[in-house]
Design a protein around this ligand. Sequence first.
Ligand code: KG4
Ligand code: ZN
Length: 358
Amino acid sequence: MKKKPIILGIESSCDETAASIIQENDQGIPIILSNIVSSQVNVHKEFGGVVPELAARSHIEKIDLITKKAINESNIKLEDIDAVAATAGPGLIVCLSVGLSFGKAMAYSLNKPFIAVNHLEGHALSPKLDSKLNYPYLLLLISGGHTQFLSVQGLGKYKRLGTTIDDAVGEAFDKTAKLIGIEFPGGPQIEVYAKKGNPNKYKLPKPIINRGGCNLSFAGLKTAVLKISKQVKNKQEKYDLAASFQKTIEEILVKKSKVAFKEFKNINKKNNNNIFVVAGGVAANKRIRETLKKLSDKEKFKAIFPPINLCSDNAAMIAVVGLEKYKEKTFSNLNFSPKPRWPLDEKANFLKGAGVKL
Ligand code: KG4
Ligand code: ZN
């Protein structure tokens, strides 16, 4: 029987150095043979955010060891690798360059195809690591740098339905955490605080909630949290603010998802299998998962989430895109440059900053 393809994935777009080996099984499901992620939390903690130069330096120090570990743990031989896939964008250019160059060098030395991967497509396809997922599907991508609704028509075929016009949801979580006094990276801790708080204590704004289709906005919410955080004195009030903030995010996502459901159905009229994928770092939030699952059940969409450990940045999701492209024989040249900005839907308008008309 013909050996199933084995892909090495490499990720270094922000502050995680990651490498993974995956192989497709007989049912066509990609199996993770190894998935190594080295986080740089300790490097950036004292600065309260990611410092690009330090992140790049840390990637340089670790990328070869992390890749070696991924290959060793997978129990494959180096020469068994059929293709090397590396993140080429979007992200911090100094960080992208490290993984991209390393991936190209690996492919060249092994004499195997090289595949440049869009990090966002990695998130988009991440549920394939444990579910069978057919096109088309509606995608809500919620990460630290992006918040978008997309209709995924096929591999590399995206139609953006809505996007944030200012901050990303993950960014709003991180900024709220900082204002409450939670150490970097605070986003995931908001969920922990919120469990102990009263979600109805503070009333927070929901910008553009009734207009702009399924476009979203979070900047006004951050300003409101800033004001309230100045009056917050004790731990319980911090819990209450975290709970109120998280509830507001849930309400915004529910309202906008309903609009996106309609738009998705409109452009996929012949499709009778409505699937709603929620992916990206914020999809690890259990409350948000539950709320969007409930909504999907009500609206007759099947909700699919990646496993929690595959929501945040990893290289297995990069390898999955590599596998799909390998099967289509879509390979990249070794002169592929890093792309700090690389939208999934290249035709969609840039919708950020002052003067945006919705
Ligand atoms: O996808 P990701 O790992 O990196 C990007 O591509 O941006 O997403 C990171 C973001 C951060 O903003 C982080 O605070 C947020 O995901 N995040 C969460 C949770 N876990 C990670 N936000 C809310 N609740 C969580 N449990
Ligand atoms: Zn990401």
